[in-house]
Structures are given as C-alpha cells and as structure tokens.
Design a protein around this ligand. Structure first.
Ligand code: CTP
Ligand code: MG
Length: 218
C-alpha cells in the first residue's frame, strides 16, 4: 500500500549536450534528478522513490539523490519498466521525468488525489499556447490544427499500480513517449488534472537557462 514514484533519469541528454547524462546536470547547483526526487518527497504524498539511472552512472546518482537507484534501459519505456519492477506493494505509482525537476508539489498532490478518487491513469496537462499547424516533410502546411481541446501533457503521471503493470506488460515494441500512452493502447481511460508551467521539461540549453532563472526568481 502507499504511493511509489519511478523517476526515469537514464537518458543521455543529447539535445542538451552537456557531455553527461541530463539528470546529473545541475540547475542552480543541484542536480536535476535530486531536485525531482526532493520535489516528490516534499509533496508529502509519496512514500518511496525509485530512480532509474544510466547503468554506468548508478553510483553517482545514488550519491546525489535520496531515492533508491536502479539501472535503466535503452529507451524511456524500458527504463520505466525496470523501475516499475522494483516497486513493492504500493497501490499507486507515479512516473515522473527527472527532466521536469521544478514541478510544484500541488501537481503531485492533484495527480495522487485523482488516482485515489478511482481513476486508473491521470496526467497533468496545460493548454497549448501556440497556434499549431500540421506540415508535410517539405515544411508545407497541410492543415491548421484546432487548438480548442488541445493540451500539452506533463509528468508526474499517476496510475493504479495494476493498470500500469498491465500496460507495460502489453507494450511489446510499442514505443509511446509517455506511460499514459501505453494505458490508452490497452484500452484504458486517461484523465487530466491541471498541470503547471513550472513542470516544463528541460530539453535544450534555453530550457536550462529558464530553469536557472525560475529558481533565482523563487
Ligand atoms: N529516459 C530514461 N531512459 C532512457 C531515455 C530517457 O530514463 N533510455 C528519461 C530521461 O532521463 C528523462 C525522461 O526520460 O528524464 C525524458 O526523456 P528526454 O527528455 O528525452 O531525456 P533524454 O533522453 O536524456 O534527452 P535526449 O532525448 O535529448 O537525449
Ligand atoms: Mg530522449
């Protein structure tokens, strides 16, 4: 019983290009993975955190974070599955990207509450601010996508533990970019709760600069 969180942190961070795994890159002096784990624990609704690290950086991540650290896999789905295998008897499991390390506690609480209210899969999401167009491979506009009803999905995503296990067991070669996508693939319903702009994913150098500015402003 309880709430476990799996923190995928096993990516290499190619787009950030820091020369080390992105989760070990510091935001204002604290590694992203440490900030992500501390944020989950600070919410007061998470009992156990399992960090999934690049296999060659398990010790280093164990040194900087409060979570239990296990080796990850060749892509995000594989890494989450390896973390999920380490979850004990928790009945709620969160999956939270190390790269979304400034996510506020309110989002963690809202996701857990919605799972506790009976939803098998819950994602935080925020309205898309930009006008969205679909283009062909040459960059020519194919159509304008109606922004009404479009939301950008964040993490932590929350699941009934059995639902998430079934979704990963059925994933096979399916490479969804998030865990809710795997639940949808087995016919499960996914609901949203309000996300938060501070839960943005640090992908590029610009994102890192914005994260540093956000920490300085808080
Ligand atoms: N991730 C993971 N295992 C992988 C790949 C990604 O645990 N094999 C994690 C990352 O560490 C990150 C999250 O999934 O916390 C989201 O992935 P992304 O932002 O794409 O991070 P990276 O894969 O590290 O970055 P890039 O794609 O630029 O290399
Ligand atoms: Mg990646």
């Amino acid at each position: 019983m309880g709430v476990a969180a799996v923190v995928p942190a096993a990516g290499s961070g190619l787009r950030l290009g820091a020369g080390k795994p992105k989760a070990l890159v510091e935001v204002a002096g604290v590694a992203m993975v440490a900030r992500a784990v501390d944020g989950l624990l600070a919410s007061g609704v998470v009992d156990e955190v399992i960090v999934v690290a690049p296999p060659e950086h398990v010790e280093e991540m164990a040194f900087v974070t409060a979570g239990r650290v296990v080796p990850g896999g060749h892509d995000r789905v594989a890494s989450v599955a390896l973390g999920l295998a380490e979850v004990g008897d928790a009945d709620v499991v969160l999956v939270h990207d190390a790269a979304r390390c400034l996510c506020p506690s309110s989002v963690v609480e809202a996701v857990v509450s919605a799972v506790r209210a009976g939803h098998g899969a819950v994602v935080p999401a925020i309205p898309v601010a930009d006008t969205v167009r679909r283009v062909d491979p040459d960059g020519h506009v194919v159509d304008l996508v109606d922004r009404t009803g479009l939301l950008a999905v964040q993490t932590p995503q929350g699941f009934d533990a059995d639902v998430l296990r079934r979704a990963h067991a059925a994933a096979g070669d399916l490479r969804a970019t998030d865990d809710a996508g795997l639940v949808e693939a087995i016919g499960g319903e996914v609901v949203t709760v309000p996300g938060d702009p501070r839960a943005f994913k640090i992908t590029s150098e610009l994102d890192l600069a914005m994260a540093e500015a956000l920490v300085a402003a808080l």
